[in-house]
Design a binder for this molecule. Sequence first.
Ligand SMILES: *Cc1c(COP(=O)(O)O)cnc(C)c1O
Ligand code: SF4
Length: 341
Amino acid sequence: MVSQTLQTDTVSAAPLCTDWRAALADAVHDPAELCRLLRLDPSVAAAAERAADGFPLLVPRPFIGRIRPGDPQDPLLAQVLPRGAELAESPGFSADPLGEAQATVAPGLLCKYQGRSLMVTTGRCAVHCRFCFRRHFPHHASPRTLADWEPAMRRLAAERSIHEVILSGGDPLTVPDEQLARLARRLAQIPHLSRLRVHTRLPVMIPRRVTDELLGWLRGTRLSPVVVVQVNHPAEIDTAVAAALGRLVDAGIPVLNQAVLLRGINDRIDVLAQLCERLADLRVMPYYLHQLDPVAGTAHFQVPEPTGIRLIAQLRARLPGYAVPRYVREIPGQTSKLVLA
Ligand SMILES: *Cc1c(COP(=O)(O)O)cnc(C)c1O
Ligand code: SF4
């Protein structure tokens, strides 16, 4: 009796913050269900089942709602549907092409570039992007509790040249706001830190993730917040996503976008121009267009660099300078990402 009462209280006390968590938990894992929802041939599901090996299908329902039913070539579906090509080995494509293992300076803490450090906040994501550069990352080794993070905190405290911490993952916004607020408070105790950046796809995948609690801790910390989202195709932005991004910007938080250049998804000038223009309309600044990192299982998404360079030149001829992203590639051992155009 007593425990039932307690449970009821817990649920009714926090209906809003559990809402996005319900959407996260309710994401589709089963290729057969995805194909049923999208009226795709069951053979697509069977192929996805075989290809998902080791990196399962995961798509939240609000994103599924933006995929055109009955179209196996849909550019949003292509980002999330496992295909046989993932199993093919390609020369030059490996599990850790970016040398992230080498850049790990404390559990969960990557330090590659001067002045900023990246925390692999969690291995969990709202979606599994088939082209993900961390699809083989050893997430089980990352810290979970604030106590687990202490070695990383000590390292950050000792490294006075670091002014910015990037919460990455996985997706840091899969972590509840109370925990993120605690993490932000702990980071704010390190005097030489001045900025906190969040790399996330959640406002796009599950727009209701942009809660008052999230805005509260982002605005409440002493550190200047920056949010970097990932939108690869204009069809990812519906009215709910536009509103979620607007809430972040209205809260005074700079919002930037990074996209990955993906074959058959956004490697056409009309698609890229529409994406950049829509983002600018929403006050989200296109930041990077990434050349695909050569991660095993993703070779079929690769666009040749000369094509990317040409696309950027075409964008520059059409759009205001602030709406043109930098086309970059990551090369291990360099002092920054290499700007290709
Ligand atoms: C990309 C990246 C960053 C951030 O680079 P910016 O150019 O500042 O956006 C930081 N750390 C690591 C390990 C990265 O891969
Ligand atoms: S959300 Fe980011 S980390 Fe997660 S699968 Fe997609 S690209 Fe990878």
